[in-house]
Every structure is written in C-alpha cells, then in structure tokens.
Design a protein. Sequence first.
Length: 148
Amino acid sequence: MNNSKQWLKKAKQLCDELGPEDGIDPRILARALDTKTKSHKSQQLCKEAKHTLSLVLAGELSDPTLQNLGVVDVTTNDDGQFLFVSVSHIDTGIVPDENQTLNKLQAIQGYLRSAIAQSVKRKRVPALKFQLVRPPNEVNSDAYSKNN
C-alpha cells in the first residue's frame, strides 16, 4: 500500500467525514486567511487617504480650481499598486475644463502622496490615479427630472 492510500485510511479512522481542507498544510490555509487582513488594511488605507486628500484639497492649496474639488471615493486595486481617487466639483455653478483639472491634480500628485504618507505613517504610498465624476446630488436631480 502506498503512502497516499495509507494516509486516507488513517484519515478516515480519525474523522467522520473528509472535508475539503483535510490533508492541506495549515500554513497554506493561514496564508489564505491573511488575504482578508490585507483587504482590511487596504480599506483602512483608502479611508485615511480619502480623509487626508479632502483636507489637503480644501485648505492647503491656493488654486481655486483644486479648492473647488471634493473627494467622493478612494479605492485600490488588488495588488495595492494604485489608489484610484474619484473627485467632483463642489460648486456646480463653476465647472472648469476636466482635462485642465486632471492635469493640475497630476502635477501635485507627489505633494498629495507625501501628505498621505505622513498621515498613515508609511514609507511608500501607492501612486494616485484621478477620475473626475459628477456630484451625487447632480446625478440624482438628473435622474429625477428624467423620471418626471
């Protein structure tokens, strides 16, 4: 009898039913559970980055175009290489050019990353990718006007 058949015989004697995790090294199972912790850590980073970016855009910049921006959401990709920042204009009456706004955000990306690094006490912060979205209240009012 080879080793795998002997192991199955012993395993059947030790438990009532064989489960999908039986025979798997516990270290491998622990690594699979560790990905949940990474997800929690990335959510924590996104929350802190959103808070920091909101404060920096509102108060530390002298450009009125950037001061008119609010952070809607911050997400990360699976490997944590990028932070995707969704921003929208606070004052919908004054809407500057989208490309100009995104270019200004890209120009100060290093400053924003250093502010995030200081607030989360990290040496390395993922690169920022910006997306300009419509304000939530403007989207809801458009949907309401279309339905009526």
